[in-house]
Ligand binder design. Sequence first.
Ligand SMILES: *Cc1c(COP(=O)(O)O)cnc(C)c1O
Length: 390
Amino acid sequence: MKGMLRPVGSRVPAPDSGTGVSLPWDTNYHTWTMGSGTQALSAAVLLAISRSKVKNSTPEVVLPAYGCPDLVTAVVAQGARPVLVDLLPDSPFMSYELLSRALSDATVAVIAAGFLGMPEQLSLLASLCRERDVWLIEDAAQCFPPDCAREPIADCAVLSFGRGKPINLMGGGALLVRADHSASAADVLFGLPEETLNIGWKWKAKRLVFNFLLGRFGYGLLRRLPFLGLGTTVYKPLLDLHRLQLPGGLLLAGIRGASERSDIAADYVRELGFLAQRGWRAFMAEELSGGRRAGQVTLRYALLAPDRGIRDKAVDALNDVSIGANAFYGAPLPEIEGVFDILAGSAGECPNAKSFADRLVTLPSHEDVTGADASLIAATLDKITVQHKK
Ligand SMILES: *Cc1c(COP(=O)(O)O)cnc(C)c1O
């Protein structure tokens, strides 16, 4: 049987014995561990609503038109209305112009979602948010460390410890609340139920199975089970919101694992540079060479193909040589099943998000990707793009 290099995901760590070590954002943010990243984000929206002066209309939360459907889930769960903003051309980030126009008297928060390890333009967004007295929520589910560990710009930040995230604890998340909001947030968050994660033999056995399935052989097996719906993007409502007590050493082990992980991104930048002359956009390479992201985990390495046809062909060709490349979400949020009904036609046009969704290719960049894989990917893309050259 043919194995497959998984698209994303790092091994679940064994808990550290060490306690009392501080988290990288401890000076400026208080950490509330939660049942999941979506729950943490929903709790952030809850805080934004409870502090806002919007009383007689449905509160609105602004988010990017391309991204994780969990953003919509988290907003809807608090009775708020998601307002989508189109992206900048060839970028995963929101257009500042359109964002400023999307803010209304009912806006309580803006969600600035980092993308595959690249934080949003937080300082730019923060000035606008401050001016309009709305909260800036950094969604760092795909980033580690979060940008707020560098500078306390966002009012709060969200981490996810789910599979396929920079720190994989098989679930859980965290809400980081900036010190100036600490007391008022505690009043609200202590009202949420609390559960405790028990890392007994069941958890340990699950960890072993999970880590086995991350290997090339294990992932090859997993892909053959279509009922798992692996990699499909669907909208799921949020049915539960609770705090989750994690054993102290588990998060620390996850942080250590993430900071010690090798990074293949530089190999990709070098090996795939030739694609620029063939109409591809290496937007992530541009970000990496800016040096803004030193020490950050690259969750996947992403590129934009010239069009959807070439993108689909690239993904198929890479899958044929056992590389778990994919299109990620595959569509802008209004076109994701389940989200369309929630937006009820309120979403305007989002041509940039659509083009981004149509052309995005993501390549694995986890700890098992080797230099040989990067070369194989380059050779494979070389073949299919030569055929497309006009
Ligand atoms: C995965 C993800 C979430 C949700 O995290 P879960 O722990 O899976 O609930 C939220 N936002 C973004 C950007 C994500 O990628």
